[in-house]
Design a protein around this ligand. Structure first.
Ligand SMILES: Nc1nc2c(c(=O)[nH]1)N[C@H]1C(S)=C(S)[C@@H](COP(=O)(O)OP(=O)(O)OC[C@H]3O[C@@H](n4cnc5c(=O)[nH]c(N)nc54)[C@H](O)[C@@H]3O)O[C@H]1N2
Ligand SMILES: Nc1nc2c(c(=O)[nH]1)N[C@H]1C(S)=C(S)[C@@H](COP(=O)(O)OP(=O)(O)OC[C@H]3O[C@@H](n4cnc5c(=O)[nH]c(N)nc54)[C@H](O)[C@@H]3O)O[C@H]1N2
Ligand code: SF4
Ligand SMILES: [Mo]
Length: 756
């Protein structure tokens, strides 16, 4: 153990350990005080190299999460009368092995679907071993939270830069001008932009004379601290971004500089922007033409600038086009790939993805297969979760008859959740790997729990891929458990679906996985171990097993790694184990052209598929702006999608699930503050308490997602007692972003009326 951790052999003595918070993308350093197996307190790690003492209330709540009596400690088996009873791990796996393989045998691999939820991205086990399970299963019916989240960004980055994970992030710590579209990092703590303490980092922009401009239909906490906030009508970011490009081209302000040599398609972009003059979009966006022109000029004048967009730009009607245009504006203003602009991250354990390789790559393939019922395209090996219910409910070859959910709550978090709920109920068999008996897992036949965050090791393999600096922080488990680790559960399940029975040799399977992943790294372009003997490399990783072995390998072949002896000063997992506050490998640096892996080795500024979708955007210019209402979401600092509402610390005080409405709309619909509003969309109706506020645009109603824990059988006493409704009853599974299949969760047409 590292020198500055307090160690003690007396179990009653207080011990402080440092670890990274796994709850959101900010990767804050926590200091955890324990005595024996009791958690005394969770506070900030002031010496964390990245967060330097910043944390939010969710981090503090890890103690309550660990202690939560409703958190599952043993597998749960459905009984003949429909109730659940605790079971041993062997019993649980025997039941799975009795029920799942016959379905696969009778109906083929596609008859078993999988849904991976958000916490799976914050957890080494599913990030590494989830893939193993999916490969063993071999089903096309793979779904995840990505298609209610960021798939449009993967698609645009894949087409522009060649790799779906080559997503530029704003260089927060050096930029002079930050344009934020549809993100509220002061509340969300940042997304596709890993940066703890966004407030501090934004303040620093202001104190070095820079400016922050926010476009949001709500005056969010981020908008409040910004230098400028523009209310924008939901779903019109692409219109505005094209208008900004229009001005940049028209006024001769486009200045890609050296990037011009690395781009195809700038003229095509110019053509696309032609009809989107500020005058043409002003009414649609709700921002005046002179303002749009000024915003474009300010952007061009800034010494450095970055445009950044998130949930509001992805989960909307023109998600892919808007996500694309954000990077196009960064290129056209010369800000992509330069300090102070938007840079490609360089993750420490990034493996091949973090390496620069000259010359062309293979690019990214999408749409290799389609969903059975609606014909929506595959992206990154998965299908849009908006199709999940219909794939369960529609009979025929390839129908989903059984489902595995891993750290996901689609019954609350995905569109038309009333239908999802019915669909889950109709499955022949369902397994949930989950820490709660909640809206989704209540439909399962077997629930397999996972250790608490303090009982497992942690490294943000996924989120560091979007970090604004190259940092690395590894946290060992600090408390013991007799539960199997989640990676072992995933491998055991992989054994079952591979037909190897309920008690596969986990160690042997893990050896295979580690061997295969290392082999793949060895043959990847530019690999530092290309000429090495694989057996020797595997030997160097001993005696590590499980996620640690693979993590060590990824760090060592990564851009800062020791290359298995090639650079004695390079990083290994051991270095990180000796650095409980993390290792900082510095700010991001330029990576173009060698980061590009498109077939042309250039930035494809005008990918054909996306340019074709601009026609749909053009058609929308002729829509009338009428008096109808649209629904958007919002996030609350003390909430985390649907799953942390059982922690008293996070739900005390004023209810979070309210409907924000502008005073003019309240008057128009005879609604009063504190009264109930009935909100109806094509898919359903909810009733929510009204909060009248001028922080929201007229014509827009905002309800946060993830609430409504009153379902029968949900075993979350605190959450169930909270008021609130499930806003995804209103989200329409039939309307998706045309290109990516991503759900539209913002800008949903609704009707509202007072509940009398
Ligand atoms: N209307 C609307 N809907 C949205 C959004 C929106 O903005 N508006 N946002 C979308 C976004 S961005 C996302 S990411 C999704 C999130 O939706 P999901 O990915 O489905 O995630 P959650 O709803 O947070 O549910 C997480 C589940 O993981 C379980 N869990 C927590 N920790 C662990 C663990 O360590 N191991 C295991 N096995 N399970 C664990 C929890 O108990 C819970 O069941 O929601 C989406 N839904
Ligand atoms: N506290 C907290 N933190 C979280 C989460 C959480 O649930 N709670 N969830 C985590 C997850 S999974 C994710 S993906 C991230 C998301 O991170 P963010 O994207 O930063 O989070 P949101 O708060 O959803 O911000 C989206 C903003 O877009 C606005 N908006 C809605 N529609 C539009 C539109 O059409 N155009 C524009 N320009 N704006 C629009 C909304 O008003 C909102 O302020 O947060 C992560 N962090
Ligand atoms: S901001 Fe995110 S990472 Fe930091 S303490 Fe809060 S939940 Fe944890
Ligand atoms: Mo998300």
């Amino acid at each position: 153990m590292a020198s500055d951790q307090t160690v003690s052999s007396d179990p009653r003595e207080t011990v402080t350990t440092y670890r990274t918070c796994p709850l959101c993308e900010a990767t804050c350093g926590l200091a955890i005080k324990t005595s024996g197996d009791e958690v005394l307190a969770v506070g900030p790690d002031h010496d964390d190299v990245f967060s330097r003492g910043f944390i939010c209330p969710k981090g503090v709540s890890l103690k309550q999460l660990h202690d939560d009596p409703d958190r599952l400690r043993t597998p749960m088996l459905r009984q003949p009368d429909g109730s659940f009873a605790p079971a041993s791990w062997d019993e649980a796996f025997e039941e799975i092995n009795r029920r799942l393989p016959p379905i696969l045998e009778a109906h083929g691999r596609d008859s078993v679907g999988t849904y991976l939820g958000n916490p799976a991205a914050h957890n080494l086990a599913p990030v590494i071993y989830g893939r193993v399970l999916l490969r063993a299963l071999g089903s096309k019916n793979i779904f995840s939270a990505s298609t209610v989240d960021q798939m449009p960004k993967h698609l645009s980055a894949g087409l522009m830069f060649g790799g779906p994970y080559r997503i530029p992030v704003p260089d927060l710590d050096r930029t002079h001008h930050l344009l934020i579209f549809g993100a509220n990092p002061l509340t969300s703590n940042g997304s596709l932009m890993t940066a703890p303490n966004v407030r501090g980092r934004l303040r620093d922009i202001q104190s070095r004379g820079g400016k922050i401009v926010v476009f949001d239909p709500r005056r969010s906490r981020t908008a409040e601290m910004a230098d400028e906030h523009h209310f924008i009508r939901p779903g019109t970011d692409a219109h505005l971004l094209l208008a900004l490009l229009h001005v940049l081209f028209e006024e001769g302000l486009a200045s890609p500089g050296a990037l011009a040599n690395h781009c195809n398609g700038i003229d095509e972009v110019r053509r696309c922007a032609k009809v989107f003059s500020p005058e043409a979009v002003a009414e649609i966006c709700g921002i005046s033409a002179p303002e749009i022109r000024r915003i474009a000029r300010d952007l061009a004048d800034a010494p450095s600038a970055a445009v950044y967009g998130r949930i509001g730009t992805c989960t909307q009607e023109f998600g892919t086009v808007a996500s694309w245009l954000i990077d196009v504006v960064n290129v056209v203003t010369g800000n992509l790939d330069r300090p102070g602009g938007a840079l490609f991250p360089r993750p420490v354990a990034g493996g091949a993805g973090a390496r620069d390789t000259p010359g062309p790559g293979r690019g990214t393939l999408f749409g290799r297969w389609q969903s059975r019922v609606r014909g929506l395209n595959e992206m990154l090996g998965e299908l849009p979760v908006s199709c999940l219910a219909e794939e369960i409910q529609t009979p025929g070859q390839g129908q989903i008859r059984a489902l595995i959910t891993i750290a996901g709550n689609p019954a609350l978090s995905t569109p038309n959740s009333a239908r999802v709920d019915l669909a889950l109920d109709s499955l022949e068999f369902m397994v949930s790997i989950d820490i709660y008996l909640n809206e989704t897992s209540r439909h399962a036949d077997v629930i397999l729990p996972a250790p608490s965050p303090l009982e497992r090791s942690h490294y943000d393999l996924a989120l560091y891929q979007f970090a604004v600096r190259s940092v690395a922080n590894y946290s060992p488990a600090i408390l013991e458990t007799d539960m199997p680790a989640e990676w072992q559960t995933l491998l055991r399940l992989a054994g079952v679906v591979a037909g190897q029975g309920s008690d596969v040799d986990i160690e042997a399977l893990d050896d295979l996985v580690a061997h295969e992943m290392t082999r793949r790294e060895a043959v990847a372009p530019g690999s530092p171990i290309a000429d090495r003997d694989l057996a020797e490399i595997m030997g160097a990783l001993e005696p590590r097993v499980g996620p640690e072995r693979i993590l060590d390998m990824l760090i060592r072949v990564g851009p800062f790694g020791d290359g298995f002896g090639q650079d004695p000063d390079g990083l290994t997992l051991t270095t990180l184990e000796e650095s409980p506050h993390g290792v900082d490998c510095g700010p991001l640096t330029s990576r173009i052209p060698d980061v590009l892996i498109t077939p042309t080795a250039k930035i494809e500024l005008a990918p054909e598929a996306i340019v074709a979708d601009v026609a749909r955007l053009e058609a929308s210019l002729h829509r009338h702006v009428n008096g109808s209402m649209v629904l958007i979401g919002r996030r609350d600092l003390r909430s985390n999608n649907s799953w942390m509402h059982n922690l008293p610390l996070l739900v005390s005080g004023k209810p979070a699930c309210t409907a924000h409405l502008h005073p003019a709309d309240a008057k128009r619909f005879s609604l009063r503050d504190g009264g109930l509003v009935r909100v109806t969309s094509r898919t359903g109706t909810v009733e929510v308490t009204v909060e009248v506020t001028d922080s929201i645009m007229a014509g827009v109603i905002s309800i946060p997602h993830g609430w409504g824990h009153d379902g029968e059988g949900v075993q979350m006493a605190v959450a169930t007692a909270q008021t609130g409704a499930n806003s995804n009853i209103l989200a329409d599974e039939c309307s998706v972003d045309a290109l990516s299949g991503n759900a539209i969760l913002n800008g949903i047409p609704v009707e509202i009326e007072a509940v009398l």
